[in-house]
Design a protein around this ligand. Sequence first.
Ligand SMILES: [Zn+2]
Ligand SMILES: [Zn+2]
Length: 178
Amino acid sequence: MIIDPGAQGRSILSNVRELGLDIIYIVLTHGHIDHIGALKEVKEGTGAEVAIHAGDARFLRRLSFSTIYNRSFPPGVDRLLNDGDSLDVGDLHFVVLHTPGHSPGGICLLGHGVLFSGDTLFRGGIGRADFPSANHSQLMDSIYTKLMVLPDDTIVYPGHGYDTTIGIERRTNPFIRG
Ligand SMILES: [Zn+2]
Ligand SMILES: [Zn+2]
């Protein structure tokens, strides 16, 4: 599974080849350009299914993508994700947490004590909510009801920046009251 191929498609694909991986899913935590910039290349190079929450699928169809980045349209969506969906890859089992706020169809992936938090939660920060389709109170609600209920030792890999844990963020994140 590849999560958010935002850039450097060639390097992603060469890693896949070196590791001898068979990629089943390309999962998008949301549809912002910095998370899908290499989607077309990685999709073509792996043949994997593209999975995104319905609330963000429209980002993949937006005209601005091809206009601004001078590329053809990204490939379509193969699987629409919903809250609670399972993603099984090899021995690994992940559950989709719908965490809207930074974007309507934002998701996090949880499995094996690890959370891929997209742009919902960062080390010492939270996702921006000043976009037209963002909603700050919804973002905070997602963080409190879906993420802060997880065990302290859950390892968090955010869409940007360093990894952290739920416990560290619960105690030290200035945007979150413990
Ligand atoms: Zn984003
Ligand atoms: Zn981002």
